[in-house]
Design a protein around this ligand. Structure first.
Ligand SMILES: NC(=O)c1ccc[n+]([C@@H]2O[C@H](COP(=O)([O-])OP(=O)(O)OC[C@H]3O[C@@H](n4cnc5c(N)ncnc54)[C@H](OP(=O)(O)O)[C@@H]3O)[C@@H](O)[C@H]2O)c1
Length: 206
């Protein structure tokens, strides 16, 4: 498990990448420049996927957090586009493991959340369901494992216009190093599939 594809690494992915590269993984980055804008009607990532030459596992860091966003916008950015990219990569590398990025709030009911984040959390809930469905479907057909990381408050939102206060935690807040450790566990534990691993300082329990 050495040849990894990082899709839209962003801040957490770039921090993780540094620790992985020092451990002899080969990492290919697929960035927005290559796969295109998730929100564009012309989004067609299949051509970008054909440039990949090897992939043991693909990690979908890419995601969009916005407050008060329309549901369709969040659904497209955080689920529809990720699913399409994952399907294209799975078609090219049917045994490659897939890891998606969710959010620790996916277990909450939408009504219990501030209205401003509901569309975002709903889109991550949809991605969580898809992740588990793909684990069953692809696991049966090709043996591909499909798992997810559900981070708590690792880093504040990149866009100040959409910043929110980090929620309460039971331990020190999770770090990119914690995310890297969780990813390595998923990558190297052959019997683990259909798992959502919370890296959330216990926030999912509060
Ligand atoms: N940060 C946290 O504490 C936290 C908490 C809970 C969940 N998460 C989830 O964990 C993952 C990584 O978080 P992060 O904070 O490292 O993310 P980030 O820094 O905001 O990076 C997001 C990535 O998604 C790409 N992206 C955003 N909008 C896009 C669009 N419309 N079309 C194509 N690509 C787009 C960005 O591309 P560009 O670089 O080109 O903009 C970037 O590569 C995300 O899925 C996030 O939802 C993070």
């Amino acid at each position: 498990m050495k040849r990894l594809v990082f899709v839209g690494p962003g801040r957490i992915g770039e921090a993780v990448r540094a620790s992985f590269e020092s451990e002899d993984y080969t990492i290919t980055v697929l960035s927005r420049r290559e796969y295109g804008d998730f929100l564009s009607p012309a989004f067609a990532p299949e051509a970008a996927v054909t440039t990949l030459t090897a992939c043991d596992a693909v990690i979908f860091f890419a995601g969009l957090f916005e407050l008060n966003a329309p549901e369709a916008r969040m659904e497209q950015a955080n689920c529809g586009a990720i699913r399409r990219l994952a399907e294209a990569i799975h078609a090219r590398f049917p045994q490659a493991q897939v890891i998606t990025f969710l959010d620790a709030r996916i277990h909450r009911t939408l009504e219990s959340l501030p209205e401003a984040v509901r569309a975002y959390v709903k889109s991550k809930q949809t991605l969580a369901r898809w992740t588990l469905e793909a684990a069953v479907d692809w696991g049966k057909r090709t043996g591909a494992r499909v798992n997810a990381i559900a981070p708590g408050p690792v880093l504040p939102p990149p866009n100040k216009q959409h910043s929110e206060k980090a929620g309460d935690c039971l331990t020190p807040r999770p770090t990119p190093a914690d995310v890297a450790a969780a990813l390595k566990f998923l990558l190297h534990t052959p019997s683990v599939t259909g798992q959502v691993l919370y890296v959330a300082a216990g926030q999912q329990l509060l």
